[in-house]
Design a protein around this ligand. Structure first.
Ligand code: ACO
Ligand code: OAA
Length: 375
């Protein structure tokens, strides 16, 4: 069993900030469970929709329940005209995470969650619409194409790749995307989920909670690390060059994105899964250089700093092998983590007290206001 990380210091590290029945992170040092199931088990045996059902409704579905759930999501993919018009006004230079944030917020204006009784409907609609939403904007702003988002895709994994590339993806690519969505789905009180819960604790609506969470996920210390990792490894010519560049960065005390974790001590269980998929993709592509560079980065970081790859690092090469533009990496995380965020919002609502911690004051002592002429 891996050692637990010593949790103390700034950033609320180690503080119990609430209760959850959704997941455990690093409880045995390195494990991750969703409602009692090991994430590796789920990634090996399930479709993303099964895991979404587990997280949002409490149990894995049976065959009939899964078919009904997928059919329901499939029927909710259409983009309202008003949302298309907003997306068409966002320039190609925008960051896709900002597009996701705006898209989610806009949907909250036109399909507002009127009461908490609609929380599952609001969540399912977001799950169904997000892949098409981001790829509608991407194709319009980058290629001048208004794509059809109501595809024949059988799953959210397939829908993302289909709406991006305009054709049915290969089984290998669908399988990787499916595993990736499962790995990213839920992670206890991480920064973006905590954002969603804080928002939910004011009794706000689902779209506001998710919009806020997207803003928190965007940063390179959180979800944005998969893009930052790609920007790093694409500058490396080969494994030896990777080693030299990393040693230089460590010497200059630079942060290496895609490494380290706030909770896990020695490894992130999601890494082994996505690393294996990255290797399969590399072999299928007939060019393993990006994978080989990533493997060297992993061994150098462990040898030099005892820092390990988190979920994001091998996602960079895996997504790149599937022809996904780097700036769309973190929006995929959104399409997945939406399940965890929404389930946490529901959990917060079910047993709520407004989240309002205290601060240690470090400012000046009390003083009186001088009339403006005397300042
Ligand atoms: C899906 C996800 O969101 S996973 C996280 C994605 N984020 C990244 O990959 C960004 C890079 N990693 C990091 O910035 C950090 O490891 C975080 C934000 C994930 C966790 O932060 P913390 O809990 O504060 O890290 P931790 O306490 O383990 O840091 C210990 C030391 O290692 C250093 N360290 C941690 N990660 C890294 C890294 N990736 N590169 C270089 N040094 C690092 C810290 O700077 C710290 O050094 P110090 O004591 O001299 O300040
Ligand atoms: O838990 C965290 O701090 C970050 C993380 O890995 C996630 O949100 O998936």
């Amino acid at each position: 069993m891996a050692n637990a990380k010593e949790l103390s210091g700034a950033g609320l590290r180690g503080q119990i900030a609430g209760k959850t029945a959704l997941s455990t992170v690093g409880k045995t040092g390195s494990g991750l469970t969703y409602r009692g199931y090991d994430v590796k088990d789920l990634a090996a045996h399930c479709e993303f929709e099964e895991v979404a059902h587990l997280i949002l409704k409490g149990e894995l579905p049976n065959q009939a329940e899964l078919a009904a759930y997928k059919q329901r999501l499939k029927a909710m993919r259409n983009l309202p005209q008003a949302l298309k018009e907003v997306l068409e006004r966002i320039p190609a230079s925008a960051h896709p995470m900002d597009v996701m944030r705006t898209g989610c917020s806009m949907l909250g204006n036109i399909e507002t969650e009127q009461s908490f009784a609609q929380q599952h409907d609001a969540t399912d609609r977001l799950l169904a619409i997000f892949p098409g939403l981001i790829n509608y904007w991407y194709n319009f702003s980058h290629n001048g194409k208004r794509i059809e988002v109501e595809t024949a895709a059988d799953s959210i994994a397939e829908q993302f790749l289909w709406t991006l590339h305009g054709e049915k993806p290969t089984q290998l690519h669908t399988d990787v995307m499916n595993a990736s969505l499962i790995l990213y789905a839920e992670h206890e009180f991480n920064a973006s989920t905590f954002t969603a819960r804080v928002c939910a604790s004011t009794l706000s609506d689902m779209h506001s909670c998710i919009t806020g969470a997207i803003g928190s996920l965007r940063g390179p210390l959180h979800g944005g690390a998969n893009e930052a990792a790609m920007e790093l490894i694409e500058k490396m010519d080969n494994p030896d060059d990777a080693e030299a560049k990393l040693l230089g960065m460590l010497e200059r005390k630079e942060k290496i994105m895609g490494f380290g974790h706030a909770i896990y001590a020695e490894s992130d269980p999601r890494n082994a899964v996505i690393k294996e998929w990255s290797e399969k993709l590399a072999k299928a592509n007939g060019d393993t250089s990006l994978y080989d560079i990533s493997v060297r980065c992993e061994s150098v970081m462990w040898r030099e700093k005892k820092l390990f790859c988190n979920a994001d690092f091998f996602h960079a090469s895996a997504y790149n092998y599937m022809g996904i533009p780097t700036k769309l990496f973190t929006p995929i995380f959104v399409c997945s983590r939406l399940t965890g965020w929404a389930a946490h919002v529901m959990e917060q609502r079910a047993d709520n007290r407004i989240i309002r911690p205290s601060a240690e004051y470090t400012g000046v002592e009390p003083r009186s206001v001088k009339p403006i002429a005397q300042r």
